[in-house]
Design a protein around this ligand. Structure first.
Ligand SMILES: [Zn+2]
Ligand SMILES: [Zn+2]
Length: 154
């Protein structure tokens, strides 16, 4: 399993290899050290049960999608199609545009799901079965606030 945690100070993403069993990770940007408590299930890629950063047990599932990649496909398609349009080959232009949109949908459909921690936004990628529910805005509001208060007290 692979983790990506968010630094509580500067919000930058820090990739963590669970196999190495680190007990803490230092942010390369601001130097803040975040202690990690990696559970047995996480290490074995069995289940996302307890978040190693905030020790929360509330997660949601989302598509492992990079919006910038999707945008790049569409923009590239639009540029190529504009070139054909310029030379009067409208049909080819429309075809390429449609193709780029289709490619975008295919990329999206093939993506796996990942679990995200409601409180600290740590992300979990691996082969474990996805059991977490879909994102709920109300839960996120409550739990993010709780985590922010906890960080403030430390
Ligand atoms: Zn940081
Ligand atoms: Zn967490």
């Amino acid at each position: 399993m692979h983790l990506t945690i968010k630094c509580p100070d500067c919000q930058c993403a820090l990739p963590v290899g669970v196999v190495a069993e680190p007990s803490a990770i230092m942010c390369g940007k601001c130097g803040r050290v975040t202690p990690l408590t990696i559970s047995e299930n996480l290490r074995a890629d069995r289940e996302v049960d307890t978040c190693p950063v905030c020790e929360g047990r509330d997660f949601y599932i989302r598509k492992d999608f990079d919006p910038q990649l999707g945008l790049a496909i569409i923009i590239t398609g639009a540029l190529i199609s504009a070139g054909f349009y310029w030379f009067g080959m409208d049909l080819v232009a429309y075809g390429i545009l449609a193709g780029a949109t289709l490619l975008d949908l295919m990329v999206y459909g093939r993506l796996g799901d990942l679990s995200v921690c409601y409180r600290c936004h740590a992300e979990f990628r691996g082969q474990y079965p996805r059991t977490a529910p879909a994102f709920d805005l109300h839960t996120a509001d409550v739990l993010e606030l709780e985590w922010a208060r906890k960080l403030g007290k430390q």
